[in-house]
Design a protein around this ligand. Sequence first.
Ligand code: GLC
Length: 739
Amino acid sequence: MKKTITLAFVFVSIFAFSQQQTVDQKVKALLKQMTLEEKIGQLNQYTSNDAATGPITINNNKQNEIKKGLIGSMLNVMGTKRTRQYQELAMQSRLKIPLLFGLDVIHGYKTTFPIPLAEAASWDLTTIELAARVAATEAAASGIHWTFAPMVDISRDPRWGRVMEGAGEDTYLGSKIAYARVKGFQGNLGDVNSVMACVKHFAAYGAAVGGRDYNSVDMSNRMLWETYLPPFKAALDAGAATFMNSFNDLNGIPASANNYLLRDILKGKWNFQGFVVSDWGSIGEMVNHGYVKDNKEAALASITAGSDMDMESNAYRYNLEQLVKENKVPVALIDDAVKRILRKKFELGLFDDPYKFCNTEREQKEMNNPEHTKAAREMAAKSIVLLKNERDVLPLSKGLKTIAFIGPMVKPKRDNHGFWAVDVKEIDSTYIVSQWEGLENKVGKRTKILYAKGCGVESNSKEGFADALNVASQAEVIILSIGENFNKSGEAKSKSNLHLPGVQEDLIKELQKTGKPIVILINAGRPLVIDWIADNMPTIVYTWWLGSEAGNAIADVLFGDYNPSGKLPMSFPRIEGQIPIYYNHFNTGRPSVNEDKIYKSAYIDLPTTPKFPFGYGLSYTTFEYSDLKLSQKTIKNNESITVSVNIKNTGSVKGEEVVQLYLRDKVGSVVRPIIELKDFQKITLNKGETKTIQFTIDNQKLSFYNNALEFGSEPGDFDLMIGSSSADIRLRDSFELVK
Ligand code: GLC
């Protein structure tokens, strides 16, 4: 039997190797036929004129340039009809090299999933992978070969609008989610329901000074390796086909021409074989950075550093040929970039059939199909975080006679898409289930729902308050849906003030006077500052932006058809002045916990703890943790510890719990965080059920980057913590690592 398996493995390996050999041979043969101008064409990417996801320079000559083989990829072209039209132009070029079509399919294509930060709150890697799989299936059915996702930027700063697009503040959770998303998007790359992933933004874009988008990033290489690079490496380990560089300068060198990032790390140490696309215009923007004098120098710096494809800056298009003629850029550099791009086009099967992804029947079949809608509803429900449920107002009884559903987020559809919904032209919101529709679907005729908008999102008018109070007076329960509009987080949406805009909080205070139970739904793309609400309102649900099935998923949770299980992927600040705020911080020489001392690392006007901590989220049931056992209390480098713990559902309904395992390395050659997430398991328990779960602590989980950037563990004591959040540690133990 064993012999058979070995033989099969050998055969498969030879086959795979020969396949790759074939691709490399084809690439080599094609490259030999290409003129320098055609090679440079492959490094050039333009957007369609329909949609700009950046500052656009209109160029009405693109179609002619495609016919001449001067463009290798287009972005923001959607649909089998339009992609076919563009591909037909490419087929008129001398060598008939097919175009690559890229698009920001960040959280769904036609079926929209929750924004990525919301998905991260589910801590459900299987469902997150499924969400990406559905997005890829629909995008690929619409002619798309390549999504500019996953965005894997760690961020500890909710002022930065793009936190909505990532997986939050934690490196371990972010790495697991990056891996899952790449696997979901790429599936079996080359299939017609798969798209290339593009890991972005390389690197450290989420650490922009002041939370201001595109701003500078300055950090030690140790911090870069320890906190910001691991999700990129995880995505690469998942087989990511492409990377995208970031807009920011990192330690003074723009990412687009950052040799350390692109050559030393990505293509060197990590041996990345795919290709790197610049972010929109970022190569040309190095002139603004003051890193280069002009686009010609920008092209030189970027191609030399390892940026393979130029999105929308024209730097490569109009300068590379001259740079080669001036012997400033060796043709070998151009060839390497071209080979990386051609290899992907061969692997996708585009040379065999350039219209492989342009199948109109598949396009009709795949969009918004019931299976996808079901997946979106499940992902949305799992992304919802229950922040407070004092007096057990939730779940609502299905016997309620009258509900007042109030607020500016109740009826709009578009907002539920969140930012980065696929809306190259105008978004098709018809199939979005609004929060109002979701409640109607849930209660049917048995419950009367009264509506009042109450106020606008950003307006300061209180005209609607009277109407709101009127419907509230007629209802047994008030549901109030508020927040920030979808386009107030996302790219170029940094905010200095994270409080609820307009008079929404005033509306809450007015409704609070009725004395009626109020369920508050907060819709946002980022952690908001909700200090007063959190202190004064007993029932709060964070609903982010949940996508197509928002209304149904919210109703599922409100009525207990789904017991909320989300856990915050980011710390919620009490006020903006606390930012950056994150759970895995260092202890300092004068720890803030020393409440009785004057001299401590703390604010004199505010606690240093967040309003809601990383990993926090409630359920309609409760969980008891017990019987923490370690297989050994002392381990050597090559050994591991098996940790087991019992989790019991001590409540009255079935529920899911994210059991979190944290470590603290007590002493290190560089200071270590007071707590670090090192593993988690999301488990489902029926009421009264107990499960024993196990974790393995191996040397990898004890390792970190020392001052010499060596990754490894150091002997010493470790605290082990098992908790329901980073601030709700239920069981503790310790162990020692010995030489
Ligand atoms: C944007 C974004 C990037 C996106 C690209 C193409 O500026 O920074 O994430 O993929 O341009 O739309």
